[in-house]
Design a protein around this ligand. Structure first.
Ligand SMILES: [Zn+2]
Length: 270
């Protein structure tokens, strides 16, 4: 069996047979890898600790027959403790990021750039002031989906291609020019849709102009720029819902478990 050396982070770990477990890693050079940690749950195990939210150096044997990996060495390179002020928020969004990766990454497909951005995201989630955590997460969420081929279109209509400036709608009322502009977003077709291209009975999310501008900024910012954007909780909640709806329709995944903590977060104000 050839031996492989990688750097990786743990996405998931499930117990397997007696004292073993199957650990799913996102590695820098081989993408998602499910690796058996034989006897890893035994107190006699001499391998280094498999810590979540850490950059680990791992060595494993990869069976050519079954494609299964068997862990031989682990060494910690960097840990993200997520203990600073606002720890619940840091932990929630770091967990959500790993959950998204676990749901969307295919086995054996390398994504070195996405790996680097994930490490950058975890490092920043550990270090930045808590006020920037949500916007940092949202920017990371958008980037991750783009890297994997799911880029929601917030620039114009997904069907006819009309620019967003041409497809803004206004509510009904006395003085039309003063009413706020809004748009419709279709998670199913993956972007904004003008009124002419809407279909009866389809599901749309109504987006106000300022909300759309925030999402567009998040989508086009670097992570470092995004974490300087402060955001109200309600606004963030709406954007998270839109993005998870989009992800569910596009990829067939379920709701994010980690995000269920949002209600709790709201009460503790991050
Ligand atoms: Zn259209």
């Amino acid at each position: 069996m050839p031996q492989v050396k990688s750097e990786g982070i743990i996405l998931k770990s499930v117990n397997w047979k007696e004292n073993s477990r199957i650990v799913t890693f996102f590695t820098d050079n081989a993408g998602r890898q499910s690796i058996i940690d034989r006897g890893g749950r035994s107190i006699k195990s001499k391998r280094g600790r498999l810590q979540t939210f850490s950059r680990l150096e791992i060595e494993y044997f990869k069976s050519e027959k079954s494609g299964m990996g068997y862990l031989s060495e682990v060494e910690s390179m960097e840990s993200f403790l997520l203990e600073k002020d606002g720890a619940l928020g840091r932990l929630t969004f770091a967990s959500a990021a790993l959950e998204i990766l676990n749901d969307l990454l295919a086995e054996d497909e390398p994504h070195p750039e996405l790996y680097d951005i994930t490490i950058q995201f975890l490092r920043m989630t550990d270090a930045i002031p808590k006020s920037g955590i949500i916007s940092l997460f949202l920017a990371y969420f958008l980037k991750t989906m783009s890297y994997l081929g799911y880029r929601p279109n917030f620039a114009g209509c997904v069907s006819c291609g009309k620019d967003k400036r041409e497809i803004a709608l206004r509510g009904n009322g006395q003085n039309e020019s003063e009413l706020p502009q809004f748009y419709f977003f279709t998670p199913e077709r993956g972007g904004l849709v003008c009124s002419a291209c809407q279909m009866m009975g389809a599901y749309y999310i109504k987006l106000k102009l300022d909300r759309l501008s925030t999402i567009y900024r998040l989508q086009t910012s670097s992570l470092a720029e995004a974490c300087k954007m402060t955001m109200k909780f309600d606004e963030a909640e709406e954007i998270i819902e839109l993005l998870t709806d989009f992800m569910k329709y596009q990829t067939g995944t379920k709701d994010l478990n980690s995000i269920k903590f949002l209600e709790k977060l709201k009460k503790t104000k991050l």
